[in-house]
Design a protein around this ligand. Structure first.
Ligand code: SAM
Length: 350
């Protein structure tokens, strides 16, 4: 009798835990056991700069507005992801601030249950005007792309003006964004004499610096690869001038950090080429036209826009997202097959 009681208690506990499991949201685990918890959301493929490694001058092949996901569609897709365990969303582009009414979208996404980290990548050219409203709407962290502090060089790299970017950065500081990370592409023969200056600039302003290796994405990225610089070498060089100790930075990204002793500065090294980090990849990318890219360096994708416009249900959307995840490849092949990705970074959502 006592034995029977124990058995029925165990069964009850098992059933209860099954019910609890069923109540847990489904999780996005890819075929390689990686948990996807991060979406990079491109809100436009347009940009007001023309960085030579990203978009060709005179490029006209932008997505037509009728194909852009509307804010309500973006909200539905991100809501579906959030229901599947995605908690981090980074708004990017193209240049996200050229998308009209961006703070309104930010507000919609910030209100979604489960989204607890909403960040933005920008070139900062329009940030002075928008920093406060973005902050109020719910953006918590900002990354700014900045490859040089020299106006002439900035014009050569991007075709634009440096002054508005610096104004935007200062406005972001005043608005209270923290951390503010500067993303600097390391380009041999172009800005490789500026790493130390950038470190000093970041120490002075309390920014975090991230150095990034050039990737052969699109014809522009492939051409720029002739300026590729192995960041292991850059780290050794910086160590000669600064006292670097191991550092840490929350954020879910692939950067490996060091800290400059005696300062708050952390320097992150993002090394997709010299030391790829695909084994810990936790992200997917949603392009402005509703294409879900499963890897920055491969063509695996799933088209969500037609389904959204055919009236797919929320549950159906989640099923489709889980199905799409089975397409996520193990890794990029930038080294083995540098010609593989034809689309420009601005199309995927860099
Ligand atoms: N406009 C925003 C910005 O400037 O941050 C977001 C989009 S931009 C495409 C995102 C990042 O992609 C930038 O930091 C840029 O330097 C990086 N990028 C573009 N082309 C690249 C390439 N071929 N290799 C490595 N990074 C690249």
């Amino acid at each position: 009798m006592a034995g029977l009681l124990v058995l029925s208690e165990r069964l009850l506990r098992h059933n209860n835990s099954m019910q609890e499991d069923a109540a847990l949201p489904a999780r996005l685990i890819d075929p390689f056991g990686r948990k996807v918890e991060y979406v990079r959301l491109s809100v436009t493929d347009k940009c007001n700069l023309r960085c030579f490694y990203c978009l060709p001058e005179g490029f006209k092949g932008f997505e037509e507005p009728a194909h852009w996901l509307r804010f309500d569609e973006i909200e539905r897709v991100i809501g579906a992801f959030a229901g599947l365990g995605v908690s981090r969303v980074r708004i990017t582009g193209g240049e996200p601030l050229v998308r009209k009414d961006l703070p309104q979208l930010v507000g919609q996404l910030a209100g979604l249950p489960g989204v607890d980290d909403l960040s933005l990548s920008t070139n900062a050219t329009l940030l002075e005007r928008h920093a406060q409203s973005l902050q109020r709407a719910g953006v918590s962290r900002i990354n700014v792309s900045l490859d040089t502090l020299r106006p002439e060089r900035f014009r050569e790299i991007t075709g634009g003006r440096l002054a508005p970017v610096l104004d935007g950065l200062m406005a972001a500081k005043v608005a209270g964004f923290a951390p503010i990370k500067l993303n600097m592409l390391a380009l041999r023969g172009i800005n490789d004499d500026e790493f130390e200056d950038m470190v000093e600039f970041c120490i002075e302003h309390g920014f975090t610096l991230r150095l990034i290796e050039t990737m052969p994405v699109g014809s522009t990225g492939r051409q720029a690869s002739e300026h590729y610089l192995d960041l292991q070498v850059v780290k050794q060089r910086l160590a000669q001038r600064f006292d670097l100790v191991p550092g840490f930075m929350p954020g879910g990204g692939p950067a490996r950090y060091v800290q400059v002793r005696g300062t708050d500065l952390r320097i992150g090294f993002i090394t997709p080429i010299s030391q790829h980090f695909c084994a810990t990849c936790n992200r997917v990318r949603l392009a402005v036209d509703g294409t879900l890219y499963l890897c920055l360096g491969q063509d695996h994708k799933y088209e969500l826009r037609p389904l959204l416009r055919q009236g797919i249900s929320d549950a159906g959307l989640q099923e489709v997202i889980m199905e799409a995840l089975t397409l996520k490849p193990e890794r990029h092949e930038f080294r083995e097959q540098p010609g593989q990705v034809a689309r420009f970074m601005s199309m995927t959502g860099g």
